[in-house]
Design a protein around this ligand. Structure first.
Ligand code: SF4
Length: 275
């Protein structure tokens, strides 16, 4: 057993390797961690690199991979790549859920019955509130896409990112996700983290390494402590949570992360419940 596998088995390291497939996005949400938008630098990880990182991750003892961005489904190869990744390790893909045209629905239908979950953002039961944060027509597109995916047998999780929500709105949101076919265990709620665009509007919570689970995250710029690490502010990459510029072989950043985790004083653990 590798040291990484032992740390994962003991719970010292989370088992998921995150990979930023790209940084561009068809949206430009007001709290976006990565200042993503249609015209930003793409900072892509090519398909073959995503696959080879997943193979290395499996050898090291990681138990799943996560794909995030940017909007991963802007990459034409993505459905094929996810299918190939799922042959290596279970995959979760974070998506804004607005690109599921008939053609793309057909392409992702093959995820049914495979270890693939799509995590779609939905921030409010009210279209106006949701779209104020995420852009025009976002709510309509998302509530159309979710049941279309569920009907095709694709596993969908809903992620709600919010500053605050009163109880009655949360009750309505939960009723909505159930109506869309997503059970309670597949609905996650998390705070806005004050990085990226959220810094400019002073939204969300400040999070340090101790607040964030140490989930090894690879982007085109290096290896980071968490998927909340390789964020962008004022067009520049944040490096406070950079673990290593070297990402290959994966064993190197994994080993550095492990040493950092083992060096943390006992009792210092995530406080904000950020997932
Ligand atoms: S929060 Fe997600 S959907 Fe919104 S701009 Fe950023 S990457 Fe795109």
């Amino acid at each position: 057993m590798t040291q990484v596998a032992e740390a994962i088995a003991s719970g010292a390291l989370p088992g998921r390797l995150w990979m930023y497939s790209n940084y561009h996005c068809n949206l430009a949400c007001s709290y976006c961690l990565t200042e993503s938008a249609p015209k930003v630098a793409k900072r892509e990880l090519p398909a073959e690199l995503l696959l080879s990182l997943a193979r290395e991750a499996k050898e090291l003892g990681f138990t799943s991979v996560g794909i995030t961005g940017g909007e991963p489904f802007l990459l034409p190869h993505l459905p094929d790549t996810i299918e190939r990744l799922a042959e290596i390790l279970p995959v979760i893909v974070l998506t804004n859920g607005t690109l599921f045209t008939k053609e793309r629905l057909q392409r992702v239908q093959r995820f049914a019955g495979k270890p693939v979950a799509l995590q779609i953002s939905l921030d409010s039961p009210d279209a106006v509130v949701n779209d104020t944060m995420r852009g025009p027509h976002n709510f309509r597109k998302v509530i159309e896409a979710i049941p279309a995916l569920v009907e095709r047998g694709v596993q969908v999780r809903i992620a709600t990112t919010m500053e605050e929500m009163d109880e009655s709105d949360m009750v309505r949101l939960c009723a909505l996700h159930r109506e869309l076919g997503v059970p309670d265990e597949d609905h996650i709620v998390r705070p806005i983290v004050r990085r990226g665009r959220a810094v400019d509007s002073a939204m969300g919570v400040e999070a340090q390494a101790a607040d964030l689970p140490p989930e090894l995250t690879i982007s085109a710029d290096g290896a980071f402590w968490s998927p909340f690490g390789p964020t962008v502010h004022s067009g520049a990459l944040d490096t406070d949570l950079l673990v290593s510029r070297t990402t290959s072989p994966l064993q190197r950043p994994a080993g550095i992360l492990l040493r950092l985790v083992q060096g943390r004083p006992p009792g210092e653990d995530s406080k904000l419940g950020i997932k």
